[in-house]
Design a protein. Sequence first.
Length: 246
Amino acid sequence: MLRIYLLHTDELKDLAIDDAIFSEQRKEKIERIKHEDDKQLSRAVELLLIYGLKQIDPETRVPLSIKVEESGNLLLEKDGEPLYFNLSHAKEYAACAISDKPVGIDVEWVKTRDVDHMDKILHPQEMAILSFVTNPEEKKKFFYECWVTKESYLKNLGLGLGVRPSDFAVNEDKLEINEDKLKANNDPDAAIHKLEKRYVHIYKSTEIENADWKFDASYRMAVCTEKKDADTKAAILKADDLKTIL
């Protein structure tokens, strides 16, 4: 089971949102945030989670009781079984993935400025592919597609950025690890030795319901799961959708 939702923060402008709906962890985060735009992004990610959970079980109660595994994976319990989720946001979009297995999601805004020091982020194999790309905008898009795959992958494994992004490359169910770095690190408990195959999918506009040109042109999103899920559709929610949970 895999549910994926997106939300543009403009959809929150005319909604009356009581922060009491949010989990204790979320309320603490909102309290620490200084800028209102960033507060709205923080609200948006958990609103997506609440919406998705209520689609699965309309009797879902809020505030949510969220647990964190030792790996860092976030989960809730439903009927005694773990239900995993992961959240991300960038610029004006929030994203949420819900699954019965550990899941990682990352959304990034394709920034207008040039991307520097790509070799510190990209695996040698990715750098080799990039060398054939001459258009600066296409180079930038390729970089961000690599970045969202890496970020969602590490979040799925609960490793955060404990591994250098340049030490590995992921492409759907293919994993390449920098063998020199692997051999040089003799600590079996090091994060690089915990890398294992997962399935990472970069989303296209045709796979996102209600997608508009802004998301398609300006953002990249990837979701990482244990294996390929038959249901990979994602949906961009509107204010009317959120009214059903407020």
